[in-house]
Design a protein around this ligand. Structure first.
Ligand code: 5RP
Length: 222
């Protein structure tokens, strides 16, 4: 058990009120949030979740959290998600679990996006964690070549059996090492200019609240 992740995940549940539609992120910190949210649902908290991954959907089912689809007219009141790196301006790298596209859609549409993480995820500058980029399988090696031309060492993410990792959207993930990022906004724009790139793991100007777990304590950044 990771106490810092648990503290951050559980604290985020305080922001969820009856009647809300809640974006449910992915990863082990989110697991702790779902566990506590499930207990509150059993005690009468009336919410609906929008899941960002098949794993999160399975956990929501296990904990008795009702889910709804992201269809026309659904408004996400709050989304809660983990992160792989967080800088002092609350900019994030996400996608370590390969769920970045759905996480970004749900976080972007949410009225409030809350990030939860253990304190080890805080960095002075983004980029030690290679940036996950989701790419269409068609022509992916050529797409990766264009990303290399932007300055990255790229690595096609693979499963334990050596086969390419396939995202929930049927795409590949390239982990892209650009070194420390001097200008994440410029990089994000450049990556979006490469045909074949579906989405990047740079979550910029998105987080409204960041909850950092430090042992059993939490610190909130806005
Ligand atoms: C998945 C993610 C996760 O939120 C991120 O990898 C953090 O995971 P964890 O809470 O397990 O440290 O972006 O795509």
């Amino acid at each position: 058990m990771n106490q810092s992740k648990k503290a951050a995940g559980e604290k985020a549940v305080d922001y969820i009120k009856s009647g809300m539609t809640v974006g449910l992120g992915s990863g082990s910190t989110v697991y702790y949030m779902l566990q506590k949210l499930g207990r509150q649902v059993r005690q009468g908290l009336d919410i609906k979740g929008v899941s960002t991954s098949t794993q999160t959907s399975a956990w929501a089912k296990e904990f008795g959290i009702p889910l709804t689809d992201l269809t026309d007219g659904v408004e996400i009141d709050i989304a809660i998600d983990g992160a792989d790196e967080i800088d002092p301006e609350c900019r994030l790298i996400k996608g370590g679990g390969g769920c970045l596209v759905r996480e970004k859609i749900v976080g972007f549409y949410a009225k409030r996006f809350i990030v939860i993480a253990g304190s080890s995820k805080m960095v002075d500058k983004l980029g030690s964690f290679p940036l996950p980029v989701e790419i269409l399988p068609f022509g992916h090696e050529i797409t990766a070549g264009y990303i290399q031309a932007l300055g990255a060492k790229t690595s096609l993410r693979r499963q334990g059996n050596g086969q390419p990792f396939i995202s929930d959207n049927g795409n590949y993930i390239y982990d892209c090492d650009f070194g420390l990022l001097e200008n994440p906004h410029d990089l994000n724009r450049s990556l979006h200019g490469v045909v074949g790139v579906v989405e990047t793991g740079l979550f910029l100007d998105m987080a409204h609240i960041v909850i950092i777990g430090e042992g059993r304590d939490t610190k909130v950044m806005k």
